[in-house]
Design a protein around this ligand. Structure first.
Ligand code: IPM
Ligand code: MG
Length: 368
């Protein structure tokens, strides 16, 4: 089997953490009956520096024809004054939109070895395993009008538009319910139906899908602000949380901190299955950003990036056994006490990005 990967390391710590994923890819090519062919492109600030845009047409075309895009991180203070259309994040948003990656899966797992690194008490987070299913191509991120206009009186007025259609809500709800069946089979749907029309429709449509197609899966509706509060009060009450693009952005950052560090959370962004081949377009990226403050220092935690590649093995290539090996390798490395700065407690020995990556490879060799 041969698969085409398109690597987009991006900015800041992106290239450093991508280097560790390349080692995992090489390991798979040498140890498993599979060939990953890698091509690499530019996205974000580095693409702007090279081409004046956040992603070039050539790299967009490569992303579209690849079997999976592996994405690092974009942005940094260097590009703070770039035009809005060319800002680094525009590259990421275009990839999500043009590849039709409407379903963003953000699992928040608390590894036992890291329960002490969480800002919450051990008993609240130990064994935590929740999955945030975030709608990724709609809502206020993409709704039009989206503008800043100058009024006659000289004031400026900014507008963003939150839009959801029935079909957009249905398809993300189905993803959440299907995934729930493979887990603890509970879904919580978060919205703001008390303030937003889109929340009213969201709640109605999710209820209908639940009643008609998934009667065996308990569904709870929760206001998004309450959901944020519940996530820090008693996060283990949740299994799958489904929500819109903006609430998903916020709730997944909260969920990330429960696991000990933003440097731990991977994500998969999936499109609809192709009608002929059944394959989904897909992009895998860590939830964290480009962390310009530690970029180039070899201090970044590569685990979210490596775990994102493990999600690629699972969701794009049906390599479940190998995905589980990578996940086990990560858990073992943490169990042995290896810590990058973001997950270290006082007294821990801090390892570099490369040392962490090498330790995961050593575990893979031990597991094979
Ligand atoms: C995320 C990020 C992005 C988002 C940014 C970088 C545009 O925060 O993936 O969570 O808001 O979606
Ligand atoms: Mg975010």
């Amino acid at each position: 089997m041969s698969h085409k990967l398109f690597l987009l390391p991006g900015d800041g710590i992106g290239p450093e953490i991508m280097n560790e994923v390349k080692l995992i890819i090489d390991w798979m090519n040498s140890n498993v009956d599979v060939t990953f062919e890698c091509d690499e492109g530019l996205v974000g600030g580095c693409a702007y520096d090279a081409h004046g845009v956040a992603i070039s047409e050539e790299d967009m075309a490569k992303a579209i024809t690849s079997d999976a895009v592996i994405f690092g991180a974009v942005g940094g203070p260097k590009w703070a004054d770039v035009a809005y259309e060319a800002r680094p994040e525009a590259g990421l948003l275009r990839l999500r939109k043009d590849l039709g990656l409407f379903a963003n899966l953000r699992p928040a797992l608390c590894y036992p070895a890291l329960a002490e690194s969480s800002a919450l008490k051990r008993e609240l987070v130990e064994g935590l395993d929740i999955l945030i299913v975030r709608e990724l191509t709609g809502g206020v991120y993409f709704g039009e009008p989206k503008e800043i206009v100058t009024l006659e009186n000289g004031e400026q007025r900014a507008v963003d538009t939150q839009i959801y259609t029935t079909s957009e809500i249905k398809r993300i709800a189905r993803v959440a319910f299907e995934l729930a069946k493979t887990r603890s089979n509970r879904v919580a749907s978060a919205e703001k139906h008390n303030v937003m029309r889109s929340g009213v429709l969201w709640k109605q449509v999710v209820s209908k899908i639940a009643a008609e197609e998934y009667p065996g899966t308990p569904l709870e509706h929760v206001l998004a602000d309450n959901c944020a509060m519940q996530l820090v009060r008693n996060p283990k009450q949740y299994d799958v949380i489904v929500c819109d693009n903006l609430f998903g952005d916020i709730l997944s950052d909260v969920a990330a901190m429960l696991t000990g560090s933003l440097g731990m959370l991977p994500s998969a962004s999936l499109g609809a299955p192709d009608v002929v081949t059944g394959k989904r377009k897909a992009m895998y990226e860590p939830v964290h950003g480009s962390a310009p403050d530690i970029a180039g220092k070899g201090a970044a935690n590569p685990i979210a990036m490596i775990a994102s590649f493990s999600m690629a093995l699972r969701y794009s290539f049906e390599m479940i056994k190998e995905a589980e090996m990578v996940d086990t390798a990560i858990a073992n490395v943490l169990e042995k006490g290896l810590r990058t700065g973001d997950i270290a407690k006082a007294g821990d020995t801090v390892v570099s990005t490369k040392e962490m990556g090498a330790a995961v490879i050593a575990e893979l060799n031990a597991l094979k």
